[in-house]
Structures are given as C-alpha cells and as structure tokens.
Design a protein around this ligand. Structure first.
Ligand SMILES: Cc1cc2nc3c(=O)[nH]c(=O)nc-3n(C[C@H](O)[C@H](O)[C@H](O)COP(=O)(O)OP(=O)(O)OC[C@H]3O[C@@H](n4cnc5c(N)ncnc54)[C@H](O)[C@@H]3O)c2cc1C
Length: 432
C-alpha cells in the first residue's frame, strides 16, 4: 500500500519509519526544507513517562485564575475572540475533575511506557545518536507545600509501574551535584531513574535519514493546502511545491501528523480535532563550565521549567501561552528563563550566547493525543501530543502504523475510531 504521511515532525517521521517497516511504500510531505523544523525543533528534551499529570487537574482552574494577565506566568490564557480557544477552555475545565484526571494519567502513562521501550529498542537497532542520556529525571520542589502535594502523584505513578521515588534534598544533591548552589532552597524532590532525555530534532533527522535510505520519499518544501474527498475517503491532497507549482498527491492511505496545524486542514472535512496551540519557549546555551552544569535531566516545579543536558549544550524549556498561532518571542519570558538558569547554576552556561525559540504544542484539553482512524475510510490521525510529543513519539508511530496495516496496536489505549473496549492499566473499561 502507498501511504502519504502529512508532516515531518517527531510524529510524522516515526510514523513513516514504522509504516516502512510494515512493508508499505511511504511518502512524507512537509512545507519545511528539513524534518523537525517546527515544534520538534528545540523542545525540552525529556522522555518523561513519570510526569504524566496533565495540565487539566483539580488544582488547575484556581492556578489559572491567579496567573491571568501575569506576563511571566507558567501557563497563560490570553483570551481572544476565537471560538476554538473558548471551546478548548470549556473542554479543559471538564477534564479537571478528579475522575477525568485519573483516567487521563493512566492513559498517558500507558502510552509513555510503551513509547519509551519502543524508543530504546529503535536506538539499539539503528544506533541512533541524539545526545541522549539515560540518567533519569529529577523533579525538584522549592515550596514545601508543593513537595507534600507531590507524594500522591508519585504514589500513583508507582501504582502504574513507574518507579518515581520521593527523595530528600540531600539525596537530590547526591544524584545531581550541580544542584549544590540551589540545595538550601530545596524542599525535596522525586526521581525516576528509567526516564531519559535527548535532542528531539537530532533524533527526528537521524531517523528521517534512515527512512530515506530505506526508500521512504520525502517531499520537503511542499505546503499542503487542502485534503480533497470523494466517496467517503480522501481522494487526493493538494500542495504547492517550492516553485509555486500546484500538485495533486495521491495514495491509498493518508496519515495526518501536522502538529498544531492538523485541525486547520481537517476542519473543512468536518473533522473537529480538540487541539489548540500552546506556545512554549526554550533557551539553548553552550556549557561554560562542565563542573557546574547539570547532567541529570531536571524539572523545576516552582517555575515549571525543564532542564536537559544535550552534549555540550544546556536546554531549558517551559511556559505555555494559549494565544492562537502567534510565535513571537516575548523578552520578559526569555529573560525570566535565563535568570532562573543563572540563579540555579551560576556560571554553568554562557547566557551571552543563548539562543531563544518558541514552538506551538498541539495541545488537547486532556493532554491525550488523537491516534487512530477517522470517519473517512483511508484517513488516519497521529496528532495532538501536546506537552509529551517526544515522550510519546515512537509508541504513537508504531501504533498508527499497525492500525493502518489492519493490525491491533500492542497496548491498551483509547485509540480513535477502533471499535473495541480498551482496558487501561489496572483501571476502568471504556469504549474507545
Ligand atoms: C517549549 C516546548 C518544550 C517541550 N518539551 C517537551 C519535552 O521535554 N518532552 C516531550 O515529550 N515533549 C515536549 N514538547 C512537546 C513536543 O515537542 C511536541 O509534542 C512535538 O514536537 C509535536 O510533534 P509533531 O510531529 O506533532 O509536530 P511538529 O514537530 O510541529 O511537526 C508537524 C510538521 O507538519 C508540518 N506542517 C504543518 N502544516 C503543514 C502544511 N500545511 N503543509 C505542509 N507541512 C505542514 C510542519 O512543517 C511540521 O514539520 C515540548 C514542546 C515545546 C513547545
């Protein structure tokens, strides 16, 4: 079967790889000149299975209200005259009940665990290099109340099979000596040894090269303008190439993996994806003094920032702004991140050579991605991965390739459009 994959980010390229492994002829289409040039370009780098708490949780509505209008807020809702944004907000509130939060966490962990082992297997098989580190993720707290509140989610993660241990500030320092300066301010931490980190762009581009070597065709610099239907199926995709020439691209099946832009191309077909862009920031700076720079991937709970060591670079990422498709760099936010790095790890990085970036997370209200069949017979979806697209990329890619091939996915997850009951972890049964 010939499959057209729309989008060459983390999700599109992992989909292409696993489709090719299933024996399909695969073409990947993207408007950029290379893979991972949009949201997969400079993310936080964490493969964080154990950080499955979605933004939508029982404490979120109050926090959001307190943060409204604060330029340096970790999660900022900028209200616009945009129906999609308002609908998303209402659906988000619905996901904040304790029952929905528990359900979403179980699903996120199930996909995360499967995805991490799929990534490890792929890395072993293909020998991919992407500044990866398998030194775990350490989540530290500077507020005693927040640390106390972290015990319950850590216990839930352990119940779901992630060994997220609650540790003291001293233990955190033993695991990551670069926390020496911050140590007096630490209330405690949690640590998951199995979690990992690595450069998502390097990974995606390395995997794309392997795909190309194995016969996957990449049509870069092709802007997709429409998906056209006939008889309850996609007939063709319309695109414009780098010379401005109109193209009709045809295949037997189509997988949408266009990140934050997926809903825009699906809406005219009557498919309303519950996904809205959440702008995030990252700062990348060269390591100035390796003795002062962290090696373990870190999460700073108070500032909602993640820190990854990518070879001789420090990558710091976070913040979320729901403000449509705007990708402008806000200097207040950039400087807040740099200030925090200098506070925690003085002298570790060269902030005079910092590179700033923003990306749009394709975020659903539940933080669960949409993976599976659509109501058009040959159209499949692999999108809406929000804050965890790197963590979930390989498992999502492998699952959608199996679904396209008519095979059952290998894990219990609420895959879209698959008419069977799904058991998630030890928990409830619900129809997909
Ligand atoms: C600041 C930040 C930090 C993050 N940190 C982490 C982290 O630590 N761990 C984690 O797991 N996740 C993290 N994420 C999330 C993760 O980066 C995303 O979920 C993931 O990159 C989404 O990948 P994607 O393939 O769906 O989208 P993209 O990477 O955006 O890929 C979509 C592709 O579709 C193409 N496209 C779109 N529209 C068209 C069109 N009309 N025509 C042609 N091509 C088109 C784009 O060019 C793009 O290449 C972070 C995100 C941000 C923003």
């Amino acid at each position: 079967m010939h499959v057209l994959v729309l989008g060459a980010g983390l999700l599109g390229v992992s989909t292409a790889h696993f489709l090719q492994q299933q024996g399909h002829q695969v073409t990947v289409v993207d408007r950029q000149a290379a893979a991972a040039a949009e949201t997969s370009f400079a993310n936080g780098g964490q493969i964080s299975v154990s950080h499955a708490e979605p933004w939508a949780n029982p404490g979120a509505p109050l926090k959001l209200l307190q943060w409204l209008g604060r330029e340096d807020a970790p999660l900022l809702f900028r209200l616009r005259a945009d129906m999609r944004q308002w609908l998303w907000g209402l659906q988000f509130l619905r996901e904040c009940t304790p029952a929905r939060t528990r359900h979403n966490i179980r699903q996120i962990v199930a996909l995360g665990s499967y995805s991490r082992s799929t990534l490890q297997q792929l890395r072993g098989e293909l020998g991919l290099q992407y500044d990866q580190r398998a030194q775990g993720i350490l989540h530290f707290y500077t507020d005693a109340k927040e640390f106390d509140a972290a015990h319950a989610p850590a216990a839930l993660m352990r119940e779901l099979g992630c060994d997220r241990r609650v540790i003291s500030a001293d233990e955190a320092l033993r695991l990551e000596p670069a926390l020496a300066h911050a140590h007096p301010t630490l209330a405690g931490a949690t640590y998951t040894a199995e979690d990992e980190s690595g450069d998502a762009r390097q990974f995606t581009q390395a995997l794309a090269s392997r795909c190309a070597a194995n016969g996957v065709r990449f049509l870069f610099n092709h802007g997709i303008t429409a998906l056209r239907t006939a008889g309850g199926a996609i007939d063709h995709v319309e695109a414009t190439d780098d010379q401005g020439r109109f193209q009709r691209l045809r295949a037997d099946a189509y997988v949408v993996a266009m990140g934050a832009f997926s809903p825009l191309l699906l809406q005219p077909l009557g498919i309303h994806l519950p996904s809205y862009p959440a702008k995030g920031y990252s700062v990348t700076m060269p390591v100035a003094d390796p003795r002062k720079a962290h090696q373990v991937s870190l999460t700073d709970d108070g500032h909602k920032l993640v820190f990854s060591r990518l070879g001789d670079r420090l990558r710091i990422a976070g913040t979320a702004e729901l403000n449509g498709y705007n990708r402008d760099l806000n200097p207040v936010r950039c400087q807040a991140i740099v200030r925090r790095v200098e506070e925690l790890f003085p002298g570790a990085g060269d902030s005079s050579r910092a590179e700033f970036w923003t990306g749009l997370r394709p975020t659903t209200p539940s933080n669960l991605p949409v993976i599976g069949k659509s109501r058009l017979s040959n159209l499949f979806l692999n999108t809406g991965h929000g804050t965890l697209g790197w963590t979930h990329a390989c498992g999502s890619g492998k699952s959608i390739a199996r679904i396209v091939s008519g095979l059952a996915p290998e894990l219990d997850f609420g895959f879209a459009g698959i008419d069977r009951p799904v058991r998630v972890g030890a928990g409830a049964l619900r129809p997909a």
